[in-house]
Ligand binder design. Structure first.
Ligand SMILES: *Cc1c(COP(=O)(O)O)cnc(C)c1O
Length: 372
């Protein structure tokens, strides 16, 4: 029987390159606190992404907490999409913010500008907006920006999945007042654990940098801080993986073509971005099945073959049991999407014939498929 096939597989550097990079860390005996690898990684990422200020952190969740804290949004009301990984919401809750769930647009699966506009009119005390570029797709960045400007709300993008995606010639990480990214091992570019915050002024960058390291310099304590520093070992991994990122994107794009072809005419839908200036990182392959029953049947059938796609994102976060009941509300588009979405296995190491096999088993379980 073939090896198990999971939704993704961690990208690893060449052993020699990684050991050489780690060797420089051992030589200097400097393991953390703004070391050489962290500084170099920040510079390289800033160039790679073409962003003005970038600060690396120990993960994407703390990166988001830092952005919320430094934007002065702690304890405030924040509009957020319910269709995302739970960390988007947990960062907000750890900052004692009140979530206001805004349903998603059925086309992009990102936070709906229309519904946001209405919510801001009804609740002027919403101080910040936290949309997510799901699957590396682009939110409606122009409309979100103008709506936030009009209402004086701070715009923080969770761009955890958007590394390598761009719109109008700019990295998605360059949009909003702040954008955060995750460098978790499951992401396209990673440092095992890690993340970053992108900001747009010297002042914001300094505040983030201070808060990342306990809020003090020497014996002078300026502000509430936390430990959100990335270690030199993680940064060393990032330095060895960054150059292979475009190749990884190209491989995933090829697999997309394989899936697209094998699923042509199948009874499912795929989210799409229509902006012609958008360039995708191809990091995921999400499909929307007819209903949850079909999805569960497909998952069972694939599991028999040792193939494990993932329900990204499920459940819709506005339905979480541990939330205060007055926060939950109803987000029909997100709930409906979450019930029937499946991300198919996709990573640079996946053999094209496995993608074909996955597609074949998937299509066989679809009701009234139009495939002959
Ligand atoms: C991965 C992810 C996060 C969390 O990042 P960590 O680095 O694991 O803390 C947050 N939001 C989204 C949308 C993600 O996909």
């Amino acid at each position: 029987m073939r090896d198990s096939v999971y939704v993704t597989k961690t990208r690893l550097p060449l052993r020699e390159e990684f050991f050489r990079q780690i060797g420089t860390v051992v030589d200097t005996a400097w393991l953390t606190n703004d070391g050489e690898c962290v500084r170099t990684l920040e510079r390289r990422l800033q160039e790679y992404l073409g962003v003005p200020h970038l600060l690396v952190c120990n993960n994407g969740t703390t990166a988001l907490m830092l952005a919320i804290q430094c934007a002065g949004l702690a304890h405030k009301k924040i509009a957020v999409t319910p269709y995302t990984y739970v960390a988007t919401l947990s960062a907000l809750l750890w900052m004692d913010c009140t979530p206001v769930f805004i349903d998603i647009d059925p086309g992009t699966l990102c936070l709906s500008p229309q519904l946001l506009h209405r919510a801001l009119q009804e609740q002027p005390d919403i101080a910040g907006v936290l949309p997510v570029h799901v699957y590396g797709f682009s939110c409606d960045i122009d409309r979100l920006e103008s709506i936030c400007r009009e209402h004086g709300a701070t715009l923080i993008y969770d761009a955890a999945q958007a590394f390598g995606s761009s719109c109008k010639g700019k990295s998605l990480l360059d949009y909003g007042d702040y954008s955060i990214c995750s460098f978790h091992a499951t992401k396209l570019f990673h440092t095992a654990e890690g993340g970053c915050v992108v900001s747009h002024s010297d002042e914001a960058h300094r505040a983030l940098s201070l808060a990342r390291a306990f809020g003090h310099i020497g014996d002078t304590h300026y502000t509430l801080g936390i430990n959100a520093k990335m270690s030199e070992l993680h940064a060393a991994l990032g330095l060895t993986l960054l150059p292979g990122t475009q190749e990884e994107i190209d491989k995933r794009q090829n697999l997309h073509r394989v899936y697209d072809k094998a699923l042509e005419g199948a009874n499912l839908t795929k989210p799409r971005v229509l902006d012609t200036s958008f360039s995708w990182n191809y990091s995921y392959y999400p499909v929307l099945l007819q209903d949850e029953a079909t999805l569960l049947r497909v998952m069972c059938r694939l599991a028999e073959q040792n193939i494990y796609p993932r329900r990204y994102f499920y459940p819709s976060l506005n339905t979480l049991e541990y939330l205060r009941s007055e926060w939950r509300g109803s987000c029909p588009v997100s709930e409906n999407t979450a019930a029937r979405v499946l991300c198919l296995p996709l990573h640079g190491d996946l053999a094209p014939d496995i993608a074909e096999t996955v597609s074949r088993f998937l299509v066989a379980e679809l009701p009234s498929s139009s495939l002959q």
